[in-house]
Design a protein around this ligand. Sequence first.
Ligand code: FES
Ligand code: FE2
Length: 430
Amino acid sequence: MSNYLTKMIEPGRVHRDIYLDPEIFEIEMDRIFGRAWIFVGHDSQTPHAGDFITTSIGRQPVVMSRHTDGEIHVLFNRCGHRGAIVCNEAKGNARKFQCLYHGWTYNTDGTLRGVPLPEGYPEDFEVGKAGMGSLPRVDSYRGFVFACLNPDVEDLESHLGPTKACIDNLCDRAPDGEIMLTGGVHRYRFDGNWKLQLENTLDSYHVPFAHESTVDRSGKQFSRREGDAEGAQVVSGEEEETHHTWKERGAWAFDHGHGFTGNTALDEKTRSSPVYDEYKAALEARLGAQQAEEVLTPFFHNALIYPNMSFMGLNMHIRVIKPVAVDRTEVNVYPVLLKGAPHAMNQSTIRLLNVTHAAASFVQTDDLEAFARCQSGVVGDSSKWVYFNRGLGEHTEAQNWGGREGKSTQELVLRNQYDGWLEYMGGAAT
Ligand code: FES
Ligand code: FE2
């Protein structure tokens, strides 16, 4: 690795240039988003032949489509003629993809379907090969579709490692064993570097301060959950018992920058209402009472699959983080709906997310303000370093999951993201 990048990360601190330098941003797009498995979408977003969604992998615009044979494809969203974006909508259904510019058409597996005036091309021009092109690697785990620009990347399940258990838990909460990302999306951008949002997904230290209006005992945001009459019990700086819970919560750090934080005091077992009870009965019918109880006693709170996707097991959502520029980031937040759960319960998940993670919500807005302030303030010359050294060196080898274990307020899982950063950013300059 070039010296220059190695010097950006030190034990317990990172150089501010990783948030500010446009050249480092370009290298990240190339080496992190060009080398890692990137979450693209979920099966449920394209249930029928011809369904598609558009997104991006770093700088690369892509389409995820379901072909007529039922297979999911992840294609470069690029016309084989002059390179125009082919699918311009966020989602839709199409029998064929037609480029706006000169009318070349593609099948939903990306192969070229037709070219206007095909007889006019030179004989040695292989029109038939000019498809949209597929990403070198595409795979899925329990409906979560990932793609990778690097053909030599390890298989997806090895890459996910212990975070697979978090995906399993999320899916197992559904009476039908599957989640659905069909409840809409909150999509917004903030003026800050993408890593600010990434760090924050596993940052338990900030919660009582940045989100004081929500997690204080007088805050009642979580009472909007179906069957939850108690409201927030996450933490209160003044109450010793809950304060203790907050400080003692665990966190686990794994290879490639992945990690998760431990569960909060918001135990699923404390919830009860006619709708929630109906859901629980449906789950018990599939899993039996004991396994259902295990599933409803979640071991994780927030999980991060480095570098672009996190999910929260409490107010259930999947968050997709898209770098736009060194100081601009797009966030997409999808409510996680449980297949086979009562409609009213899934609606309550959407309702809760509307007040916690929408662009003008009570929780995420606090974080977005913090990200923008970090981006603006870090230029201050009192220091060139940003600190992640809380609990430095205090972790242990994790017993249950492999990897390293610490407390969720200790910043271990944030430091671990920068181990992942170094891992991907290494290698010869390209
Ligand atoms: Fe697509 Fe010409 S750029 S048909
Ligand atoms: Fe937050």
